[in-house]
Ligand binder design. Sequence first.
Ligand SMILES: C[S@@+](CC[C@H](N)C(=O)[O-])C[C@H]1O[C@@H](n2cnc3c(N)ncnc32)[C@H](O)[C@@H]1O
Length: 209
Amino acid sequence: MKAFRKLLQRTPLYGAYKALGHYPDYWYWKLRGEPARSPHLLKQRTVQEYAQRYGLRVLVETGTYYGEMVAAMRKRFDEIYSVEYALQLARRAQKKFQRWPHIHILEGDSQVRVPEVLKSLRQPALFWLDAGYYGWAGLQGDKQRLSTELDAILRHEVRGHIILMDDAHGLNGQNGAPTVEELKRRIESEFPGRSVDVKYDILRIVGSK
Ligand SMILES: C[S@@+](CC[C@H](N)C(=O)[O-])C[C@H]1O[C@@H](n2cnc3c(N)ncnc32)[C@H](O)[C@@H]1O
């Protein structure tokens, strides 16, 4: 099964195979009483819900991976930027989404690419930060990456960006990660008008001042 999966990962069919699994995955999660780590379908619904609630037409994602969020949000945003550090994954996604001019797959480190994307933004965007800030094999030893990105977004001249960050359980005070409480205190005091909460393992930073 593992070998089959590895083989499938190398084909263009892998995205469709993963997408098919979202519904059983969701219902299995419901059956288990909604444990802390949430299924991808719930993440998609959360991204959609916040975009709708705040009237946002631009999505900026960090961590493209196999492009599942991009594919699910393809018709829901006017512009989508997604940053991927792993060259092979970035190239694969660039190829996969090349026929849609409103989708921009950017290869590189999110802490470099996010400030670059911000320079071109003229309207508030929804940020889906999902580049494995703590606990995922991203750029090892880079403890400041999340803060760098959050500060760039929250200090940007365009007001009203909304930030969702996946895998909030990684904010546990270990290995250089702040706790959710520490991050919440810092953001709410440095950026008055902003509020920080976690639900279904997704950190949510809202407010527009
Ligand atoms: C959890 S996956 C992203 C899943 C995807 N957002 C989705 O919803 O389908 C994390 C991805 O982040 C990428 N990544 C890790 N460190 C990164 C960095 N510094 N900059 C950009 N991407 C990074 C990994 O290569 C991996 O593809």
